[in-house]
Design a protein around this ligand. Structure first.
Ligand code: SAJ
Length: 421
């Protein structure tokens, strides 16, 4: 099939490559000239394991090319960003722009799939825009001027995209049953797992609900951590014990929830249904309040220390990755540094070579190795449970103040009792 993939980011580009590897004739479309040029040279514009070689191969074989304008195709896959605008509402302008680019190319018979994570109703909205531009077409049905629109959310984990694109189950929601069938056929050309068919709004909600489920469950653990702290109870022991019950499975508390999915997607439900999505909203607020709780705890531990040194261990949004986007650890490090103008913050992040600009530009923040940071610190604040930190010899912490937000060092018995949060 001739397929156009609109948006060549961390979902669109791997999808374009996988389609090309599986024999389709693929054109990638992106507004960014430098991305288009890199792809046409067979080069990856970002890091993703196993993607580079397939990209180079499919470009060299003439199965994949990139351009800045939408071509004629039999199927279109829209994988553009849906950021926030005005607080926590989804900005659909990139989807709208993609729809306006596709509309003039249509002749009837085409399949248009929205992959971007979207609030309920976005697929219909995209179809409405196309139909406004092209009143000569009809939505669904068997006529020769019919177009077919579906939603197929991505659910891959960055770092494992090339594996999960092939191995994860997919959900395909059609605006019409015919559109869902057509989308299922297209995805089954590369997806080896089950493809489940539903309507478009259910598919939109499925993606948002998966991430909200995780967010709500992490919020429960984070709330427990605050309650347990006040009761002088070790929250990790508490959760471990409760989880021995056959129907209980509590997640892990931490310094907050980061990344660009779990901390974002629940808001799309809340802003669509503000009066009804009460638990989902409270979970978001609970998780977002955790960085300030960690900061307060750290500053309390440092009362009386004239010019304190804090070792902040980890800046990434979760363990063993280099991704600092929407990271609570990074947020905490910056705000803590501001709160100790006479002190210094030694940031330890083994997965990066230099600090992000906003930390680098603060005079009292430095990137440090683990051992010297711990030796110099008045307070050790463990923010991410990276492997390096977990295997650190905790005997070296015995006379230190420690706040372990991840429960990685639960066994530490320090003279100044560990402040476990
Ligand atoms: N976290 C906790 N406690 C836990 C688990 C996670 O505090 O018990 C924190 C992490 O430290 C991190 C955040 O939550 O800051 C999110 O991490 P994650 O590993 O739960 O998820 P992501 O954001 O890397 O990827 C998620 C995945 N969704 C689900 O597991 C339901 C992934 O499958 C999705 O494809 C991805 O979001 C996405 O693109 O939506």
């Amino acid at each position: 099939k001739r397929i156009a993939v609109i948006g060549l980011g961390y979902i669109g580009l791997p999808t374009a490559v996988v389609l090309a590897v599986n024999g389709h004739d693929v054109t990638g479309v992106d507004v960014k000239q430098s991305t288009v040029e890199a792809i046409n040279r067979g080069e990856l514009p970002f890091v993703e394991p196993d993607l580079g070689a397939s990209l180079t191969g499919t470009v060299a074989a003439g199965k994949l090319r990139a351009t800045t304008s939408t071509p004629e195709a039999e199927a279109y896959i829209v994988a553009v960003p849906t950021p926030f605008k005005d607080g926590h509402t989804a900005d659909l302008s990139f989807i709208e722009a993609a729809a306006k680019g596709i509309a003039p190319q249509l002749r009837g018979g085409e399949l248009i799939i929205l992959e971007s994570t979207s609030p309920p109703g976005a697929t219909q909205h995209m179809a409405d825009i196309i139909m406004d531009e092209r009143p000569d077409l009809s939505l669904g049905g068997d006529a020769s001027n019919s177009i077919h629109v579906a939603h197929c959310p991505e659910r891959v984990l960055p770092g494992r995209v090339m594996i999960e694109l092939v191995e994860n189950d997919r959900i395909v929601g059609g605006l019409t049953p015919g559109a869902a069938e057509m989308a299922k056929n297209l995805y089954s050309s590369f997806c080896k797992a089950d493809i489940h068919i539903t309507d478009a709004v259910t598919a939109e909600m499925a993606k948002l609900v998966e991430n909200s489920f995780r967010d709500v469950n992490i919020a429960f653990a984070n709330e427990l951590s605050v309650i347990a702290d006040k009761l002088n109870v070790d929250v990790w022991e508490l959760i471990e014990l409760a989880n021995h019950h056959p129907r209980v499975n509590i997640l892990q508390p931490g310094p907050g929830v980061g990344g660009h999915c779990i901390a974002v997607d629940p808001w799309f439900i809340v802003s669509a249904m503000p009066d009804d999505a009460k638990i989902i909203r409270l979970a978001r607020e609970t998780n977002d309040s955790k960085p300030q709780i960690v900061i307060d705890k750290a500053l309390t531990a440092l009362i009386g220390v004239e010019s304190p040194t804090i070792a902040a261990l980890g800046l990434a949004f979760k363990a063993d990755i280099d991704d600092l986007r929407e990271s609570p650890a990074r947020d905490i490090a910056g705000r803590l540094a501001d709160a100790i103008p006479n002190g210094q913050l030694l940031a330890v992040e083994p997965n990066i070579l230099e600090l992000p600009a906003e930390l680098h530009n603060r005079k009292n923040v430095r990137l440090s190795e683990l051992e010297p940071a711990i030796a110099a610190a008045d307070l050790i604040l463990l923010l991410v449970d990276h492997e390096e930190f977990k295997k650190f010899d905790t005997d070296k912490l015995l006379d230190k103040k420690v706040i372990d937000t991840r429960g990685a060092w639960r066994q530490v018995q320090t003279n100044a009792p560990a402040l476990v949060l």
